[in-house]
Design a protein around this ligand. Structure first.
Ligand code: PLP
Length: 429
């Protein structure tokens, strides 16, 4: 059962900390859960997909953010993974939150977070949600068009508005600029309208696209934001905050991205300007590992080549937690967790790292042909029904966009571990 609060049952204590200890902890959690399943007698769904989430990894990412982007106060993008324990930890760490809907705002407020720590970062909002934000004092929100300004005037005239500007998101995984962002030739007009409507524009926001890979996109966006700050000042607005959005990946490009962004911020924005960000993927991608069960296998004999390969069908796919393949352009890497009676978690012995022997294609459980997880991968052994695979880096844009297509569940267990004593202390574990 998915538990909102870690308990003795789903929380596994840690002695050491750091990335190596984390691996061991995650491996132990994966193995013990799978070993506890009686595959021959278990009830329907007892061998469902499950996640292992290392809250210590979220904590480490936060420290890394503070070290490299000291000037930027993170407002975690809840949409990326609204896991209640992740939100609780980030709240304890003093982060703010970027919410995109009434439910996300609600979830964060229910944790007791001050509404001033929330930004409703959705330039095209539902009217009743704006009323909800107003009733709950969630004042910060973004806009990028005139219609939204009229809506705000009607529903929440003293909102604190951020003008979201267009960016060059061509080097990102998920492009957002075809949908959102005011181009620089419209910003003066929008600010004039806001002035006429006596609205309170307090800053500029941008997003360089999710999974951004070119630091120059941040530099250009910061320059453009500075231009809009000057436009606003000329109209009598005293803008005080810049929102640099999300787009950061948790891989080793982060340090470069952060140092280029920090330099641009220091060059174009004096220290009294507050800077916030809306990272999502950065915080959670590496913190979640998923384990999936092999529910069926099809043997494919190629008489011409004299080879045998297999199609493996898992109990999760692109309509479930692997929605990230479609929506987030990911290529999750399968690794072996259980082969026959051997349950293990050994990076050197599985996945693409081993001498190849057997070829597999990996499929999801629905009746749709698009439900494909990996077209071709190699393992050094013959896998069968009852075996398990695991996939790392499954924390971002996975669980949150799963569907119930074909009657499968969209709600899977999360086993929490914590590889950092600092995070444990904060969570009272
Ligand atoms: N902020 C906004 C407005 C977004 O639309 C998104 C993602 O779509 C994010 C933040 C989070 O982006 P990322 O996960 O790339 O950090």
């Amino acid at each position: 059962v998915y538990q909102d609060t870690p308990s003795k049952d789903n929380y596994i204590p840690v002695v050491d900390h750091g990335a190596e200890a984390a691996k061991e902890l995650i491996g132990h959690a994966l193995k013990s859960r799978v070993e506890a399943i009686d595959h021959d007698l278990c009830g329907a769904g007892d061998e469902d997909t499950f996640f292992v989430a290392d809250l210590g990894e979220v904590y480490r990412q936060h420290l890394r953010w503070k070290k490299n982007l000291a000037r930027v106060k993170p407002h975690y993008a809840v949409k990326c993974n609204p896991d209640p324990q992740v939100l609780r930890l980030l709240s304890e760490l003093g982060a703010g939150f970027d919410c995109a809907s009434k439910n996300e705002i609600d979830q964060v407020l229910k944790m007791g977070v001050d509404p001033a720590r929330i930004i409703y970062a959705q330039p095209c909002k539902t009217k009743s949600y704006v009323r909800y934000a107003q009733q709950n004092s969630v004042k910060q929100m973004t806009f990028d068009n005139a219609d939204e300004l009229y809506k705000t005037k009607q529903l929440f005239p003293d909102a604190e508005l951020y003008l979201r500007i267009l960016t060059d998101d061509s080097a990102s995984l998920c492009r957002l600029s075809q949908k959102f962002g005011a181009s620089l030739d419209t910003t003066a007009e929008l600010l004039e309208l806001a002035k006429k409507l006596e609205l309170n524009v307090v800053g500029v926001a941008f997003h360089v696209g999710s999974g951004a890979s070119d630091p120059k996109a941040f530099v250009k966006a910061v320059q453009d934001a500075r231009f809009v700050f000057e436009q606003a000042a000329a109209l009598g607005f005293a803008m005080h905050t810049l929102d640099v959005g999300g787009g950061f990946t948790g891989d080793d490009t982060f340090e470069t991205m952060a140092s280029v962004l920090s330099a641009a911020l220091d060059l174009y924005f004096p220290p009294h300007i507050r800077v916030i960000g809306e990272p999502g993927r950065y915080y959670v991608s590496t913190a979640f590992t998923i384990a999936c069960h092999v529910i069926a296998r099809r043997t494919v004999n190629d008489a011409t080549l004299g080879t045998t390969s297999y199609m493996l069908y898992l109990n999760d796919g692109v309509y479930g937690n692997f929605s990230s393949i479609i929506f987030d352009h990911q290529n999750p890497v399968p690794r072996v967790l259980k082969a026959g009676s051997d349950v293990r978690y050994d990076l050197r012995r599985s996945g693409y790292d081993t001498p190849s022997m057997v070829e597999y294609s990996i499929w999801g459980p629905t009746c749709d042909g698009i439900d494909s997880i990996a077209a071709s991968c190699m393992f050094s052994e013959v896998l069968d029904v009852g075996d398990w695979l695991y996939f790392e880096n499954m924390g971002a844009y996975t669980k949150c966009s799963a569907t119930r297509f074909n009657g499968f569940t969209d709600s899977h267990d999360v086993v929490y571990v914590c590889s950092e004593p600092g995070a444990k202390a904060l969570l009272g574990l």
